[in-house]
Design a protein. Structure first.
Length: 263
């Protein structure tokens, strides 16, 4: 009986141990399973999983990250080409050793023609003309070099600037010379007309003169503007006056513009 009782107790103890072991195995299995479940859920991108577990996956979506596009340096825009109404060659008479006419006070034709040419260039450039000078400073330029610039630039016009002189110092006023060309004659008339309007100078008219080499050889309508007499006190004083020079420039520019836009 004692054996039986002992044997019965042993059986019970064994059964209890077995039950405990099974519980332990079951618990361990549950722990491992829930571990796997958590691991899978944690690494999953599924929306369902995210909604179930209420977290945002740390794994980034496979879509590539948005990058700030590499901005290539913007090329400097080339300046918008200005509309060009025409190409004008301005020829400041004389230069260098060729002084032109000279007043008793030392005023030299070559200096006055260059200064007025520069002002006329600025004015015409403001009016959107392409302008080239046969000389930009005080040096000698041959007549053939001056004519060549007209050809090289395919110029529409040549405007040569000079100052008159005469033995009779009372003679004064402005005149414009041209050579054997109707267009040059029209150009001369339009320029002189506005020159007289602007300056109020004495109008000595337009004159045909075939003796001036540049007028007969330049490959564009050409004229020679005689802006006054260096030998006349009134003209000379005016030619050295800033306001009067501005009026000369305005008159010539207006005449050129009328000629270019005459059609
Ligand atoms: Zn001259």
């Amino acid at each position: 009986m004692a054996y039986k009782a002992e044997s019965s107790n042993t059986k019970k103890r064994k059964r209890r141990n077995l039950r405990n072991l099974l519980w332990s195995i079951g618990l361990l299995f549950l722990l491992i399973a829930s571990g796997f479940l958590l691991y899978w859920a944690y690494n999953s991108d599924s929306d369902m999983v995210r909604s179930l577990f209420g977290y945002e996956s740390l794994t980034q979506p496979t879509t590539p990250p948005t990058r700030t596009p590499t901005v290539s340096p913007t090329p400097t825009p080339s300046p918008t080409p200005q509309p060009v109404n025409g190409t004008i060659i301005i020829d400041p008479g004389h230069g260098g050793s060729d002084v032109g006419c000279e007043a008793e006070d030392g005023t030299k034709e070559k200096d006055v023609t260059l200064q007025i040419a520069e002002a006329l260039r600025d004015k015409l450039e403001d009016m959107e003309y392409a302008v080239f000078l046969t000389r930009e400073d005080d040096h000698y330029v041959s007549q053939s070099e001056r004519a060549k610039l007209v050809t090289d630039k395919s110029a529409d016009l040549l405007i040569s600037l000079h100052i008159n002189s005469y033995s009779d110092t009372s003679v004064q006023g402005m005149e414009v010379l041209y050579a054997e060309d109707d267009n040059a004659k029209l150009l001369s008339k339009l320029i002189l007309n506005d020159l007289i309007k602007q300056t109020g100078s004495v109008d000595r008219g337009v004159k045909e003169d075939t003796s001036i080499w540049l007028l007969t050889n330049a490959e564009a309508p050409s004229c020679c503007i005689l802006m006054g007499f260096m030998t006349n006190d009134t003209d000379r004083t005016n030619l050295l006056n800033f306001v009067f020079r501005t009026e000369i420039v305005d008159g010539i520019a207006k005449g050129i513009d009328l000629y270019i836009n005459r059609k």
